[in-house]
Design a protein around this ligand. Sequence first.
Ligand SMILES: [Zn+2]
Ligand SMILES: [Zn+2]
Length: 350
Amino acid sequence: MYNYPGNIHIHSHHSDGTGTIERIAAEASAAGLAFIIISDHDTLAGLPEEAIRHGVVVLVGAEINRRHSHYLALDLKSLVPSNEENPQQVIDRVNEAGGFGFIAHPFEKGSPYLEKGKAYPWKTWPVFRFSGLELWNYTSHWRGRHPSLFKTLYWFFFNRKGAMDSPPRELLELWDCYSGAGHRVSVIGSSDAHASLYNLGLIKVPVFTYRYIFSTITTYITLAEKISGDFKTAKRQILEALKIGRCYLSFDSFAAGRDFYYYAEQGSERFLMGSAMPYRGKISLHLQAPLDRSLLRLLKNGRVIEETPGRALVHRPDGPGVYRAEVYYRPRWGRPRPWIYSNPLYIGEP
Ligand SMILES: [Zn+2]
Ligand SMILES: [Zn+2]
């Protein structure tokens, strides 16, 4: 098994980001990433620039819809029109065009310090046939965390990790709810990088440069074989892994999540995240964290069934269900902090 770090949901100069794709790729390379996904607003203008650049696989999708209900569409050859009033149609059109997508920052909240409190949540529920949800979006998280101007500035200048308490609780619940109803919904983490200048009253502050944000929320894909050096093959490997949920997200500002593993074994067969398997014979779930200072949690159908400090956990499932894993980072002082979220293993699903 091989894990590859990537950064998803990046804006370039083709929409409201500030960097060229070439520069963004160089920054991603400096951050040690294996792949990045550029997703400019309602355009695929960057598509001809897809390639391996600076050793990084650069893929281009689009973020469809503007005023709200943003949809991160991947694997498209031509753009699908936006439709904010009926985002189900956007999802379906992306699928019909051979692509797939993730609902971007569905529960985004506004901040009084940015664009007068404007937010871009997903407004129409329920929707179906989307591949997944953006579970933790770095930029969007900051937008919604503003207990006071003082606290926000303190976090921004002195303790950025302090602001990152958890992915939205209601979003975790929604994900478990979809899974519980038999829908396969994958999750990813993202940066929503723009590298913009923000106007804080009298001063303009450059926030979250590409290089900085590429070390925050990372989505790792897990492959059974090494990633190819050939662009087209690598592209298929990455997109396939994201689509079926053979991936996990990690808040790498605590520590790199690269050495995380979650899989099931049944006889001599091994099942990676995102897989479905029958409930029969002896099944064991294996969870491994990157550091000893971890708290491991295993959840079945959204409920915690085992929790243990340390680095490894083996569990024998007692019945069919949707099993997913979380890892908390245990700092020297204070409470364990949400760190890594796996995609589920579907046991006993048809
Ligand atoms: Zn958006
Ligand atoms: Zn965006």
